[in-house]
Write a protein that binds this ligand. Structure first.
Ligand code: 1CP
Length: 354
């Protein structure tokens, strides 16, 4: 087993005792950091940055040099899988992702390959191996993937979306086509995350960013069932250590019991769910990660501290909390503010672990 100098994050996910609440931030590497912008400019564009293991490692480590975060997250994107499936991914300047060849029918689904993670996605595994080497056991490395449903929204819509009418039309007119796509994505995600674990990811997180746009019944059938399949297919131990799995459905606060029943170790919460209530509902089964509104980071340090204190008090005394934002950090947050946030979590959480 490789020695870890700080394993608070892994211990909290397994609901084991810690000295203080661990904290990391969703999208902690990114454009709010001037050093990220410089490295991205050096790489040329976003996907070139993801494909260069040394530069991807550099931007992964940048937030850890500024703040005493308790985990690093692989710098990559959820859209690497659809890209490896041949859909032609591009990021326009200042725009979101776009696919040149979106999935429109069953024949498109049948043509799509399940990517070999050590071939088409080898650059991701190389980044994981490089980051693990450079972290030198300081903190654990988180690997991640999108959920099948969330990946499918981009693949069928052809870009980001607000109303998801194209994929919902497919869902209600050709459900079997969508199920065939989701099945292929679930198989791809299992291979991809297991390869990240073998390459050195010490926990994995599944981002279901768009599960919350579904009805309860559709969420179960078109998103959760496939995440359940993934949890069943993942390596749960590597290098003599349990590899915790976190599920995060943005807007999924009403489905926590069903999510916890998948056998995952932890649930990510966005800020619309009360963490005290979430703990009462599922806290004996899973750890909870979250859930400060990322916009609080616009506020001065005293206001950030107030919000951190309220969330810590909401979770209460005892184990099983990883502090985080309820979604990704905004791109125009002043870079000093996350410092106040991380410090407040560490300092104010000590009494809750005595
Ligand atoms: O530099 C740039 O302009 C590119 C912006 C960017 C970045 C920094 C994109 C494009 N992806 C990323 C990195 C990224 N994406 C990480 C990095 C690790 C970290 O430091 O935290 C992670 C975990 C993701 C995951 C991701 N990509 C998600 C799930 C998490 C979430 O925020 O909901 C989603 C939905 C994406 C799609 C995506 N990729 C990029 C953008 C701008 C988007 C969102 C598009 C949309 O709004 O639909």
């Amino acid at each position: 087993m490789t020695e870890l100098k700080n394993d608070r994050y892994l211990r909290a996910l397994l609901r084991q005792p810690v000295d203080m609440t661990p904290v990391w931030m969703m999208r902690q590497a990114g454009r709010y950091l001037p050093e990220y912008k410089a490295t991205r400019a050096e790489a040329g564009d976003f996907m070139s940055l993801c494909r260069n293991a040394e530069l991807a490692c550099e931007v992964t480590l940048q937030p850890l040099r500024r703040y005493p975060l308790d985990a690093a997250i692989l710098f990559s994107d959820i859209l690497t899988i659809p890209d490896a499936m041949g859909l032609g991914l591009s990021f326009g300047a200042g725009e979101g992702p776009r696919f040149a060849r979106p999935v429109t029918c069953k024949a498109d689904v049948d043509r799509i390959p399940v990517p070999d993670p050590e071939d088409e996605l080898r650059y991701v595994m190389d980044a994981v191996r490089t980051i693990r080497r450079e972290l030198k056991g300081d903190v654990p490395l988180i690997g991640f993937s999108g959920s099948p449903w969330t990946l499918a929204t981009y693949m069928v819509e052809g870009s980001g979306s607000k109303a998801f009418t194209v994929i919902k039309k497919m869902m209600y007119t050709e459900p079997q086509t969508l199920h065939a796509l989701l099945e292929k994505l679930a198989q791809s995600v299992i291979l991809y995350l297991n390869a990240q674990i073998r390459a050195g990811a010490q926990s994995v997180m599944i981002f279901d960013t768009w599960g919350g746009v579904l009805t309860g019944q559709d969420y179960q059938q078109f998103s959760l069932d496939y995440m359940h399949k993934i949890v069943d297919g993942l390596l749960r131990e590597n290098d003599g250590r349990r590899v915790p799995v976190t599920l995060f459905t943005k807007g999924g606060g009403q489905w926590l019991e069903a999510m916890a029943a998948t056998g995952c170790d932890a649930l990510g919460l966005d800020w619309s769910t009360d963490i005290a209530d979430a703990r009462r509902r599922v806290g004996d089964k899973v750890a909870l990660q979250g859930n400060m509104d990322p916009s609080v980071l616009y506020a001065p340090a005293a206001r950030i501290e107030q919000e951190v204190a309220a969330i810590l008090a909401g979770f209460g005394h005892g184990e099983g909390h990883v502090f985080n934002l309820g979604h990704g950090i905004h791109q125009d947050i002043p870079p000093e503010h996350p410092g106040a946030f991380v410090d407040a979590v560490h300092r104010l959480s000590v009494p809750y672990h005595r």
